[in-house]
Structure formats: structure tokens, C-alpha cells
Write a protein that binds this ligand. Structure first.
Ligand code: MN
Length: 485
């Protein structure tokens, strides 16, 4: 973990970041109605009378969404509140037909918890979670369909959101990026949110302030709303922090406001002065009873918990001997972790991890594929690693075999047999090649014997070349040393 300091004219500054992340709950229907949540449906095709706020309509809580929130709370190591309450958050917006959002205010379903973030150098840091509350999403205004009109699509109106509020514990753009990625990883493992920021099912409000290094005051913050990628969130933090420092150092003051991040310029601009809680005139939602969780509901969620990225990472390090870095990389996505475990069955775990994180990741990156679309199956890759471990092929030949596997989809062993790539481990055969090389270059033999040790590498290279890469390198080294005495 590196300390992140911004240098100003008047001294060193540090950044204080807190994030509010809206995660759309994975569920078939909305939080208070039976309408579908399907993404990409025709505009206004998934709208019930409740979602359209017709007079007299009453919300009915979706039990499944509540269970998803409990599981997420457990994944955040957080306190599950057996009694919570819904509240009306009043504001006027064209795509909010109710004129208020049903949210939770002073009694959220989930209380304090924490998320562990992991740095590349193997160190970690704990980021506090303040709360998680349930709320409904608003509709969507479409401004680009007509030059004179705006259109409203209410498909998203009433979709269930979990708003996860962190403590102001992050001190750099990097920490915020790691937190967002870890959060996304956790909800994806749990299956409570798909974490697709580009589809808007995970959106981030970024709160930034700065203070002189060493101080523990909390200065006025500015909030960037609905940032839709990890990279943008990191850019917004850096830009905003530098802006604050400049204002302070020129004798100015920062006012609390909501700003927008412009991804094309990498800058932020003011939208409006920030609302405070009292601006929303919160009051308990009269159409819903307090949400009381039963022991059965909590036990059910416990029973459905899966091994989360941190636990998996710890197991990969402890039981499989992986480095902290490899274990982190392999556990970000559950699919990657599953792939790796399948490939490592009966194999050397470290060797398998290297193949997944270097060779396979490179192929996936170049072909823009996810691991579930990998052209080489986990079992197949495991087969290749096994052939290296039992000395059937060398690591170098394995790379050629891997390329053929990607092109043809065939398994490693059949390619090795078909192309005659088996490693030569027969002493006699290797000796014959060595004799040939020695015979054809007497000058180098003389030079080597006169003390030019470096030529050993040249001899090894010649023998490997002569064997078309198939000679066992260890044996070549050993036999050459004997022969050249
Ligand atoms: Mn919210």
C-alpha cells in the first residue's frame, strides 16, 4: 500500500473519499410490484399501475429482493437489522411518477460492515461500510429522441436497488478503484447484482474532499453522481481533489454541491448545490409496515452463502501454495476461480496458475473474450500442464502446443502425438546429437576448454535446435557438461 499525497504550493494534501454505490438487485420482478425487470425491453412495456403511481395503488414488498439484500449484507460482514423501516424521500422529477422514492432512512435493513481491499504488493486495507438500504429506482428521461420533446420510459421505475454507503475511508483513486472492484466481485459471487456498470446495474456516487496531510478534519465534500465505470470514478477523484486544493490554496472555499463527471474531458462541472437530508422531507412510508425479518429468513440466507473472494483467496494461498498476488487475480471473478480449480486438479497449482494468468489471460484479452468463452477448456489446459510436469513436453514446446489447442480445440496429448512433439529423454539419442554438434564446431570446443564458460549456453542452444526443441533441457545441460569435461 502506497501513501498517496498530492503536493500543493502550501504543502502536502491528502484525499478523503467515500462512495455510495447503487446496485440493482438481481430479481425477476420489481421491489414493490410484479413487473418484469428485463433489461432492454421495449419502452414502457414493464410497467404496472404501481410503477406508474396510479392513484390508490399500494406497494407490496418483494420477499426475494429482501433475501438478496440480507445475503449482500452478510457478504459485507455487516449487521443485519431484524427491524427496518421504509421512508418516503420526496423530490420532483419528470421520471419519478410518485413524486417520491420509497427508500430507507434512519432504519436501514443492513448496518455497519466492511470490505477488505487488496493492493498489488500483497498488502490489504479495511474499508468501512456505513449501511446498505433498499430503495426503488426511478424511470428514465430520454432527451435525444426529438428536438422539442423529452420522452419518459418507466421500465426502470420501481426496480429494486441496494444502496451501499461506505465510510470516508479511502485515501486515493486507487483505493476507490479497488473498493469498487471488490464490491462488484462480492455481489457477483453472491448473485445479488450482475455488477454491469456499463448497463447501469451498478452506479457510483463519488464523494471527495481534501485536507492538509496529517489533519483529521473532514472538509466540505463534493459529490459526482452516477459515475458508470471504475476508471471514470478514479479520474473524477483525482480531478476533483486537485480542483479543491487549487481553490483552497488561492484563498477560496469549497461549497457542498453535486457535480457531473465528463468522461470526454476528464473534468467535473457543477450541477446544483447539494441537497441535505431535510430537503427531501423524509417521513415513514405509510403504505408499508416496518420490515421485520424472521430467524428463518436469516438462517436461509446464511445457508445460501457461498465462498466469497476473500475466503477463496485465503484458501488458494494456504492449501494450494499460491502467491497472494496470483490468488487475488484468480479470485476476482468466480468463473476464473472455478476454471483455475478445475485446471489445477491433480496438477501443480503454481504452474497451473502461471498458465492461466499469463498465457490464457493474454489469449482472452487479444480475442476480447471472457473466461467462460475460453477456446481452451479448463480440463484441456490441465492436460497440457500435466504433460509439462511429467516431462512429456518441455515448457517451450508447450507454448506451441497451446497455440494449436486454441486454433483447433484439440487436447494437448493428441496434438503432441500427432505432431511427434514428445520430449526426447533417451540418453543415447541426446548424446548422439551432442556428439554431432561438438564435431561440427571444434573452434568453440577449444575456446570453451580454454575457459570461455559462457559458450555453454551456445552449445545448449545448438543441441536444442538440432532436436527441434524436443530434447529435455535438463539432460542436455548435464550431458554437455560431462562431454566437454
Ligand atoms: Mn439512493
Amino acid at each position: 500500500m502506497k501513501e498517496y499525497i498530492l503536493k500543493g504550493k502550501t504543502g502536502d494534501w491528502e484525499i478523503v473519499v467515500g462512495l455510495e454505490v447503487h446496485c440493482q438487485i438481481l430479481s425477476k420482478s420489481k421491489l414493490f410490484s410484479g413487473s418484469s425487470t428485463a433489461f432492454g425491453s421495449d419502452a414502457n412495456s414493464n410497467v404496472s399501475f404501481v410503477d406508474a403511481a396510479m392513484p390508490g395503488m399500494l406497494p407490496v414488498i418483494n420477499k426475494y429482493c429482501v433475501e438478496q439484500a440480507i445475503k449482500t449484507g452478510m457478504g459485507l460482514n455487516a449487521k443485519v437489522n431484524k427491524v427496518s423501516e421504509f421512508a418516503r424521500k420526496n423530490y420532483f422529477y419528470a421520471d419519478l411518477p410518485q413524486g417520491y422514492q420509497i427508500s430507507q432512512f434512519d432504519k436501514p435493513i443492513i448496518g455497519e460492515g466492511y470490505v477488505e481491499i487488496d493492493f498489488n504488493d500483497g498488502t490489504s486495507k479495511t474499508i468501512g461500510v456505513e449501511r446498505l438500504h433498499l430503495e426503488q429506482d426511478a424511470g428514465k428521461s430520454l432527451h435525444n429522441e426529438d428536438p422539442n420533446k423529452s420522452y419518459i420510459d418507466l421500465n426502470r421505475s420501481g426496480v429494486a436497488l441496494m444502496e451501499i454507503v461506505s465510510k470516508p475511508d479511502m485515501r486515493s483513486p486507487e483505493e476507490a478503484g479497488l473498493y469498487l472492484r471488490k464490491l462488484r466481485s462480492i455481489v457477483r459471487y453472491l448473485g445479488t447484482c450482475d455488477g454491469n456498470m456499463d448497463e447501469g446495474s451498478m452506479r457510483c456516487d463519488v464523494n471527495v474532499s481534501v485536507r492538509p496531510k496529517g489533519s483529521d478534519e473532514l472538509r466540505t465534500r463534493c459529490e459526482m453522481k452516477n459515475v458508470n465505470s471504475v476508471r471514470f470514478a478514479m479520474q473524477a477523484i483525482e480531478y476533483e481533489a486537485k480542483r479543491h486544493i487549487e481553490v483552497y490554496e488561492n484563498g477560496g472555499d469549497i461549497h457542498q454541491e453535486t457535480r457531473a463527471f465528463d468522461a470526454t474531458t476528464g473534468t467535473t462541472k457543477s450541477l446544483r448545490s447539494k441537497e441535505n437530508a431535510h430537503d427531501y422531507r423524509y417521513f415513514p412510508e405509510p403504505d408499508l409496515l416496518p420490515l421485520i425479518l424472521s430467524d428463518e429468513q436469516i438462517d436461509k440466507a446464511k445457508g445460501e452463502m457461498v465462498e466469497l473472494p476473500d475466503e477463496k483467496k485465503a484458501r488458494f494461498i494456504k492449501d494450494m501454495g499460491l502467491s497472494s498476488y496470483d490468488a487475488s487475480v484468480l479470485t476476482v471473478e468466480k468463473e476464473t476461480a472455478d476454471y483455475f480449480e478445475e485446471a489445477a486438479k491433480g496438477n501443480d497449482a503454481k504452474k497451473t496458475a502461471n498458465w492461466v494468468t499469463s498465457e490464457l489471460f493474454a489469449v482472452l484479452k487479444n480475442s476480447n473474450k471472457t473466461i467462460s468463452e475460453s477456446p481452451v477448456s479448463a480440463k484441456s489446459l490441465g492436460g497440457l500442464v500435466a504433460l509439462i510436469s511429467n516431462n512429456t513436453i518441455s515448457g517451450k514446446i508447450a507454448k506451441d502446443v497451446f497455440e494449436i489447442m486454441i486454433e483447433t480445440g484439440k487436447d494437448a496429448l493428441s496434438i503432441v502425438e500427432e505432431k511427434g512433439l514428445k520430449q526426447v529423454t533417451d540418453t543415447g539419442a541426446i548424446e548422439a546429437i551432442i556428439d554431432k554438434v561438438i564435431e561440427s564446431s571444434p573452434e568453440n570446443v577449444t575456446l570453451y576448454k580454454s575457459g570461455k564458460d559462457k559458450l555453454m549456453g551456445w552449445f545448449v542452444g545448438q543441441v536444442m535446435k538440432e532436436s527441434r526443441g524436443k530434447a529435455n533441457p535438463g539432460m542436455v545441460n548435464k550431458l554437455l557438461k560431462e562431454k566437454l569435461g
